[in-house]
Design a protein around this ligand. Sequence first.
Ligand code: AMP
Ligand code: MG
Length: 417
Amino acid sequence: MAQLSEDVFAFGESLMSVDEALAVMAERVRPTAGVETLPLAQADGRVLAEDLRAAVALPLFDNSAVDGYAARSVDLLAEGPTLLPLSGRIAAGQPAPDAPMAGCAVRVLTGAPAPPEADIIFMQEDVTVADGCVSLPGGLKLGANLRRAGEDVSAGAVALPAGRRLRPQDLALAAAVGAPRLSVRRPLRVGLFSTGNELREPGEPLSAAQIYDSNRTLLGGLLRRMGVEVCDLGRLRDDPASLRSALAEAAGRYDLLVTSGGVSVGDEDHVRAAIAAVGSLVFWRLAIKPGRPVAMGVIGGTPLIGLPGNPVAVFITSAYVLRPLIAQLRGEILEPLASFPMRVGFAYKKKKGRREFVRASLRRDAGGGFTAIKHPQEGAAILTSLTETAGLIELAEDQLSVEPGETSPFIPYALLW
Ligand code: AMP
Ligand code: MG
């Protein structure tokens, strides 16, 4: 059997921090996905392949933010109100008339072009109209209720940067600057395996010592939420030869291979050795809990991530390792994961040197705030600790404990996926 690659020994047997692992991935992995042009309605969730520059300014012309009356500030008395005769009316979709407006106010409706000379617009709720005149109150600031041409996006500016994973609001901006189609990366194709002799499919009868495979369902769902095409490649047995041939055969046919199980230090954990035998192993032990055994390798140019077997470890390493790897592969700019300072309602001790995540639900306090409540079961195999909680309390690498009443970062699951 081939030796593990030198990279592994470069890090010795010590744990690599998650940040180091992300840096190594960023070095090793280049965006793979090709590019296609799609109409806006089909581009939701895709990654923008090149900057979108605005063909037109947004808005294209000065216009009214309210239903009201446009005036020139030079016609207003320093101490209001000012009575001005009304001349004309402009609705949305009508061009502003060229006629000079000196000494007059013009009726304007929301979205209507502002008369070129107007520099202030009064809301109709703030004025009184009688006998063809409008009484305008004092005290309004220059430019009030006027939406200036280009105030949202100026013509030619980058409206959306390459690498943005498109959301409906991004697509709306593309539409607003007149782009009917966008150049996006094609979806990544991810091949997904489970490993373990004990695994059966839900629906099959179980004999003693067998369990149902839940990781493929979990990972399939998480990956689909990340917007990739998931190809379910089934279960692999804990057998070195068949692992080697299955991984070698799948490499090259997908943008990324994902496995779960078989990467730890047990006698039947053969995934690492299989990666090293048919490709190269980049790292395999991370300072993250739950989730320590995570392997990353490259087989024939195809990256592979070997996630742990325990479902909670799969969930957490999917968020903190798999998600950034997928971003790398599709040239996506990932915003840092937002967390919220949360009052902690429990005591917890941890080892120094690894980032830990505690599954927690939120209890509403009498004062209107929230307190994070730890799930009673901490095991990495406890699936209900994921279904019965709302998110993760994150404890930093150098932290040793947390006490009730302290504040810690909380990451809601809803922000992860
Ligand atoms: P391993 O790292 O392969 O030793 O797996 C660690 C634990 O996760 C073991 O208890 C396995 O039975 C369990 N496990 C591994 N793969 C799966 C899976 N696909 N679904 C559910 N549990 C799994
Ligand atoms: Mg196993």
